[in-house]
Ligand binder design. Structure first.
Ligand SMILES: Nc1ncnc2c1ncn2[C@@H]1O[C@H](COP(=O)(O)OP(=O)(O)O)[C@@H](O)[C@H]1O
Ligand SMILES: CC(=O)OP(=O)(O)O
Ligand SMILES: [Mg+2]
Length: 405
């Protein structure tokens, strides 16, 4: 029997998203999510797609190892356990791959050591990825484990975009530069956007706005990333759920010297207590919109700051690309929050950008255009699928030669 299944693990700082796929037709056999890992009540939601009901439970799940063991038990209960001979590989999302990893990589001890070395520049993400890998290795030591890096798609950026204007020797010594993240999503969405326009990726320039809890923008010219908003770490750029995005770096000195905060306290402030949550106490765009509808001023200001930043990046990336064929909105906010899409593009008619109110209001899981026919630039909603992309890249690496992927 040829093993054709791939399990994909997307371990976030406090969650694990997973999918089991059959790569003969890229169909999903099971999907699920463990959230609020390490909190008093964690939540596991498991959906078998081969028959049987969705299962959801709340219970304490202490860490990523416990989460993965719970996922493994759920899959076993559906006859899809990790011990199956049909499983070809496990694909892991790894957030920071530095400059070394420009492509999906079979995980060895050396690869794992390099991912570990990068923990200081992805402190919320790489540790969870490492635990996911180690736990999966312990469950199936015989199976290839593949790392698919968030940073890989951005390694094509020119030096003019990737370098910060700081002393070159210091930057090189400490590998300080723009790496960019969410690359699997930017790659997938920019390709799907070309498809939606009926064109080849090499023939289109796209601005991708990945707006989830973490959020980033990228400028993609002819299928290659030329600029992105996240930097050395996933903190730079857009306003996010709990992260500040861009601030004057002197804010850090000021809070340390004048505010008496430690560097770790400032780190926590900017990564976990800022962004939408810092501005209004909520990081979920649904809740923010509800509050705005009820006349809440703090929520309205948080929304305005979020949109203002987004608009600045659209303008900047328009200038970087020179010609833009499409702007694609993706991830939780981008796919679902019509008011965000409308506000981000409002007033940009001179740039050929507009959103059609009726098209924008449509709710769908399909990639779709939301710009009016007359608009020069297509505005699109393109659902991302990081797990499918990770599965494809993983299977392409481990499948026997000649196997269709
Ligand atoms: N129906 C919706 N309307 C508006 N915002 C939504 C909706 N559904 C999800 N979101 C937003 O999407 C965010 C999660 O996005 P997601 O891409 O799943 O994030 P992540 O992968 O970083 O966890 C939520 O915090 C919320 O702000
Ligand atoms: C890199 C990053 O910000 O990822 P996420 O959006 O999953 O937090
Ligand atoms: Mg995400």
């Amino acid at each position: 029997m040829t093993a054709t299944r791939v399990l994909v693990l997307n371990s976030g700082s406090s969650s694990v998203k997973y999918q089991l796929l059959d790569m003969r037709d890229s169909s999903r056999l099971a999907v699920g999510l463990v959230e609020r890992i390490g909190e008093e009540t964690s939540r596991l939601k498991h959906t078998p797609l081969t028959g049987g009901d969705e299962r959801e439970r709340e219970e304490p799940i202490a860490d990523h190892e416990a989460a993965l063991k719970a996922v493994s038990a759920e899959l076993t209960a559906d006859g899809l356990g990790l011990d199956s001979p049909e499983l070809a590989a496990i694909g892991h999302r790894v957030v920071h791959g530095g400059l070394k990893f420009t492509a999906p990589t079979v995980i060895t001890d050396e690869v794992l050591a390099e991912i570990q070395r990068l923990v200081p520049v992805a402190p919320l993400h790489n540790p969870a990825n490492i635990t996911g890998i180690r736990t999966a290795q312990a469950l199936r030591p015989d199976l290839p484990q593949v790392a698919v890096f968030d940073t890989a798609f951005h390694t094509t950026m020119p030096e003019s975009a990737a370098r910060y204007a700081i002393d070159v020797a210091t930057a090189d010594q400490h590998r300080v530069r723009r790496y960019g993240f969410h690359g699997t999503s930017h790659a997938y969405v920019s390709r799907e956007t070309a498809k939606l326009l009926g064109k080849e990726p090499q023939d289109v320039n796209v601005i991708v706005l990945h707006l989830g809890n973490g959020a980033s923008a990228s400028a993609v010219r002819g299928g290659r990333c030329v600029e992105t908003s996240m930097g050395l770490t996933p903190l730079e750029g857009l306003v996010m759920g709990t992260r500040s995005g861009d601030v004057d770096p002197a804010v850090v000195f000021h809070l340390a010297r004048v505010g008496g905060m430690s560097i770790d306290e400032v780190d926590t402030l900017l990564n976990k207590k800022s962004g939408l949550v810092g501005l209004c106490g909520d990081n979920d765009m649904r809740e923010i919109r509800r509050r705005i509808d009820g006349g809440d001023e703090a929520a309205a200001l948080a929304f305005d700051i979020y949109i203002h930043r987004l608009k600045k990046y659209i303008g900047a990336y328009y200038a970087v690309l020179g010609r833009v064929d499409a702007i694609a909105f993706t991830a939780g906010v981008g796919e679902n929050a019509a008011p965000v899409r409308e506000a981000a593009v409002a007033g940009l008619e001179e740039l050929g950008l507009a959103v059609d109110g009726e098209l924008n209001a449509v709710r769908s899981d399909e990639a779709r255009l939301i710009s009016p026919e007359y608009a020069r630039v297509a505005v699109a909603v393109v659902p991302t699928d990081e797990e499918l992309e990770i599965a494809r890249q993983t299977y392409a690496l481990v499948a026997p030669v000649g196997t269709p992927s």
